[in-house]
Design a protein around this ligand. Structure first.
Ligand code: TRP
Length: 329
């Protein structure tokens, strides 16, 4: 592998949700690709964590492959940055078990994401795995001695718990782990077409795999300023969802769109078409690569298996350290 100066190690993770949407792109992937220049990166597929929202595993494998097709399409370089499934590396569950001894249940009950998980639940009821969710995440991060964890705002409490566990381990048995830092993505979360959080389960997404026609049809349904009913009515870009998309994907045309909207000269339909085109321009370069991987899925699986080999070596070496410090064995 080429020699580069790196600032440290990054552990980024995502649950395997299938085809990636623009929210995943803006909130994570775009950032991951940039960061691979400066850091040594490990890309975790949190397939065990996925069980906290769905016990039906029939689509887990397909969702994993579909997700990785998009990761590769946007430019994650698997040679440089291993891509691997949590479930294929036993050390995750081993370290998670040990970490479970280092944090109180009271602390885990205070985790703000626990309440959200319960609310979004289609699993029926709270299980032990929900409470332990951040403990497994701490194992994900610390097994690779990650210094930096690129996350959205919602995951910051989990990184905080990871830091507490790392400190507690180091104090109890000797220093093994770095104290990782959360690195927030610069663009705030991209809302979905209905103005709520962009999410597959809601059906308000634009996918990286969408064609220009798909995008056009979807953006037509996007909510806009309810006071702007027809062309000629002045609109309020600052509260308009479509304008949020323009800001992210069409920065150049923003001043013109802003004045067109506020004066009334620009109608919503035309504005949306401009927006759809701008979005497509951003994702178009990934399209061919995405189609290639989607039709060569065994190649994608090979890439993952290769990443798992490399990740496993690191994980095993950390566990050797851990056991030595703990005088186990
Ligand atoms: N909990 C994260 C999410 O839902 C996914 C995740 C699992 C993760 N393990 C991780 C993220 C480790 C960063 C680091 O988005």
């Amino acid at each position: 592998m080429e020699k580069r100066k790196v600032k440290g190690r990054i552990l980024s993770g995502m649950r395997p949700t299938g085809k990636m949407h623009l929210g995943n792109y803006v909130g994570a992937l775009e950032n991951w690709v940039k960061l691979q220049q400066e850091y040594e990166n490990y890309h975790l597929i949190a397939d065990y964590h996925a069980l906290t929202t769905n016990l039906d595993t029939s689509e887990l494998f397909t969702n994993t492959i579909e997700m990785v097709c998009d990761w590769l399409a946007v430019g994650i370089d698997p040679q440089r940055s291993p891509i691997f499934r949590q479930s294929q590396i036993k050390e995750h569950s081993e370290l998670c078990l040990i970490f479970g001894m280092l944090i109180t249940t009271a602390r885990l009950e205070r985790n703000p994401t626990l309440k959200e998980q319960v609310r979004d639940l289609n699993i029926g009821t709270l299980v032990f795995g929900h409470l332990g969710y951040p403990v497994l995440q701490a194992a994900d991060i610390l097994l690779y001695k990650g210094n930096v964890v690129p996350v959205g705002e919602d995951q910051v409490p989990h990184v905080e718990i990871t830091r507490e566990i790392a400190r507690k381990f180091n104090q109890t048995w000797g220093k093994v782990f770095p104290i990782p830092e959360a690195k927030l993505t610069s663009f705030a979360r991209l809302p979905g077409l209905d103005g709520n959080k962009m999410s597959k389960s809601v059906g308000n997404t634009i996918l990286l795999a969408d064609s220009p026609d798909d995008i056009k049809a979807k953006i037509k349904k996007a909510v806009t300023d309810p006071q702007k009913i027809r062309r000629g009515d002045p609109g309020r870009p600052e509260i308009c969802l479509v304008y949020t998309y323009h800001k992210k994907f069409n920065a150049e045309q923003c001043p013109e769109i802003y004045s067109g909207c506020t004066s009334g000269a620009l109608g919503c339909v035309e504005c949306k078409m401009k927006c759809g085109e701008a979005i497509y321009k951003v994702i178009e370069p990934y399209r061919n690569r995405r189609m290639y991987y989607a039709s060569h899925q065994s190649e994608v699986l090979d890439i993952i298996i290769d990443g798992e080999k490399r990740a496993r070596t690191v994980a095993q070496s950390t566990m050797t350290d851990v056991r030595e410090k703990m005088k186990l064995g």
